[in-house]
Design a binder for this molecule. Structure first.
Ligand SMILES: Cc1cc2nc3c(=O)[nH]c(=O)nc-3n(C[C@H](O)[C@H](O)[C@H](O)COP(=O)(O)OP(=O)(O)OC[C@H]3O[C@@H](n4cnc5c(N)ncnc54)[C@H](O)[C@@H]3O)c2cc1C
Length: 409
C-alpha cells in the first residue's frame, strides 16, 4: 500500500478540523485534511455562541463568515407556559464578542472548509480514514479514497476532528460512557412564517415543555425566513410517539400551546430526522502523536449550544500546543491541552445538569434577578466558560446551588 508523508493530518473538515487547519496555516505548517463526505453536507448544531467568534477571527476566517449572510444573533430566550425571559449576550460579565450567528451548517461548514483550503490546507473530500496505528514512531492511518482504493498517511501529528464519527476513540478503544442519560433529538428545518414582531429572530428560543421539565424545544431562526426546530428529551420519552419523524415532532410541538401558536402558519417542507444517544466521552483526549478535538472527544448536550464553541476551543488549544512542540519546547498534552479544555467543558456540564434537574430553569425564570448575576449567567450562555474571573466558572456547581436555593426561597 502506498504511504504518503504529512506534517499535520486532520481527520474531518467540520468546525474543529477547519479552524485547526486555519490556525496551523497561520503558523506555516503543512496541513492535510481528510473528510469522508462531500461538502456541503447537512449537520446539526446551528446556534453559535459569541465566544466562538474569537477563534474564527484567530483562524483568519472572520470575513468569510461575516460575508456569508447568516442570521445575526445577540442572545438566548427562554419560554415556559406564559413565562418568557431573554438574555442579551452583549450585556455580559466577560470581555469579548457579544454577538454571533445562527447558521445553516451545510453552508457554514463549507465556508470554513473553503477558507482553510484558501489558506493553503490540502483538503480531500470523500477520503475516509478507516484504520489507525499510533504505536509506531509516527502515527499512521489507512484511508479509503472515492474509487475504493486504500492508501496510508504517516504524519508528525494527527488531530482527530471526526466529530460523531469518533474515529480514533473507536479504533483505539478510548470510548467511555457519558455521565448523561441517553437523550435524543428530533429536528427539521421549516419555513416558519412567524409574523414580524412576534418573535425575536436574533435569539435562539428555548421552550420548556409545559409538563416535563427535562423536555425542551429549540427554534433557531435563519436569515432566509426559515427556522431550525427540534425537541430534546429522554430517549424513552421520544419512543412514546408513533409515525414518521415529522409526525412525531409535530405531535410533541403540538403539546406546547405557545410554540404551536407561534408556528401555526409554518410550512413543514423538510422530513424530520432523529438522533439518539449522542452524549459521548473518552478515557483520554490525547496520546502520543494525536489529540482529539471537538465532538471526537466529549459531547455533553445541545441545550446551551456549546458544541461548536468547544470544538473551536479544542482546535485553539491543540494548535497552540503544536506550535510550542514544533518550536522544540516540551509539551505536556494532559496538562496543557486536556486539562484547560475540560475546565470549560465542566462549567457547561454543571449548567447542563442544573438545567435538566430544573434548578437552572428556576434561575432563568425568576422575577427578581440581580443585574450582576444576570451578566455572569449571560457570559456562560455566550460561551465564556473558561473565564475563571466569573464566579460561575470558578465554582459553577456551588454557585448554581446557592442561586437556585435563593430563587426557590
Ligand atoms: C441535537 C443536537 C443539537 C446541537 N445543537 C448545537 C447548537 O445549536 N450549537 C452548537 O454549537 N452545537 C450544537 N450541537 C453540537 C454540534 O453539532 C457539534 O458539537 C459540532 O458539530 C462539533 O464539531 P466537530 O468539528 O467536532 O464535528 P463535526 O461537525 O461532526 O465534523 C466532523 C467531520 O468529520 C467527518 N468524518 C467523520 N468520520 C470520518 C472519517 N472516518 N474520515 C474522515 N472524515 C470523517 C464528518 O463527515 C464531519 O464532516 C448539537 C448537537 C446535537 C446532537
Amino acid at each position: 500500500m502506498n504511504t504518503e508523508q504529512a506534517d499535520i493530518l486532520i481527520i474531518g473538515a467540520g468546525p474543529a478540523g477547519a479552524v485547526a487547519a486555519g490556525l496551523l496555516r497561520q503558523q506555516g505548517r503543512q496541513v492535510l485534511i481528510l473528510e469522508k463526505e462531500q461538502f456541503p453536507r447537512f449537520s446539526i448544531g446551528e446556534s453559535l455562541l459569541p465566544q466562538s467568534m474569537e477563534y474564527i477571527e484567530a483562524a483568519g476566517m472572520l470575513r468569510d463568515v461575516v460575508e456569508a449572510g447568516f442570521q445575526y444573533k445577540n442572545g438566548a430566550a427562554f419560554a415556559r407556559g406564559g413565562r418568557y425571559t431573554d438574555f442579551d449576550f452583549r450585556d455580559k460579565f466577560s470581555p469579548g464578542w457579544g454577538t454571533t450567528y445562527q447558521v445553516q451548517r451545510a453552508a457554514f461548514d463549507k465556508v470554513l472548509a473553503d477558507a482553510a483550503e484558501r489558506a493553503g490546507a490540502q483538503l480531500r473530500y470523500r477520503h475516509e480514514v478507516i484504520a489507525a496505528d499510533v504505536d509506531a514512531e509516527r502515527p499512521r492511518v489507512t484511508v479509503r479514497s472515492p474509487d475504493g482504493a486504500t492508501y496510508g498517511v504517516e504524519a508528525r501529528f494527527v488531530l482527530d476532528a471526526s466529530g460523531f464519527g469518533r474515529i480514533l476513540p473507536r479504533l483505539l478503544k478510548l470510548e467511555t460512557p457519558s455521565d448523561f442519560p441517553a437523550r435524543g433529538a428530533i429536528f427539521t428545518h421549516i419555513e416558519d412564517r412567524v409574523p414580524p414582531g412576534t418573535f425575536d429572530r436574533n435569539k435562539i428560543r428555548i421552550t420548556v415543555h409545559p409538563e416535563h421539565v427535562d423536555v425542551w424545544y429549540w427554534t433557531i431562526p435563519f436569515s432566509d425566513g426559515r427556522c431550525s426546530l427540534g425537541v430534546v428529551a429522554h430517549a424513552d420519552f421520544l419512543t412514546r410517539y408513533r409515525g414518521t419523524e415529522t409526525e412525531r415532532l409535530r405531535a410533541i410541538v403540538g403539546e406546547d400551546p405557545g410554540l404551536s401558536t407561534l408556528l401555526k402558519d409554518a410550512v413543514w417542507d423538510t422530513p424530520a430526522r432523529q438522533i439518539v444517544g449522542y452524549a459521548a466521552n473518552v478515557k483520554s483526549l490525547c496520546g502520543r502523536g494525536y489529540a482529539l478535538l471537538g465532538n471526537a472527544g466529549e459531547f455533553l448536550d445541545p441545550v446551551f449550544s456549546s458544541g461548536v464553541t468547544i470544538a473551536f476551543k479544542s482546535a485553539s488549544l491543540a494548535t497552540a500546543c503544536l506550535a510550542r512542540e514544533f518550536a522544540g519546547q516540551t509539551v505536556d498534552w494532559q496538562q496543557d491541552y486536556a486539562r484547560p479544555l475540560k475546565q470549560g467543558v465542566d462549567t457547561f456540564r454543571a449548567f447542563v445538569e442544573a438545567w435538566y434537574a430544573g434548578g437552572f430553569q428556576k434561575i432563568v425564570f425568576h422575577d427578581h434577578q440581580g443585574e450582576d448575576i444576570r451578566r455572569m449567567i449571560a457570559s456562560i450562555l455566550a460561551g465564556y466558560a473558561w473565564d475563571t474571573r466569573n464566579p460561575y466558572v470558578a465554582e459553577p456547581k456551588r454557585r448554581l446551588a446557592v442561586l437556585e436555593a435563593l430563587c426557590s426561597a
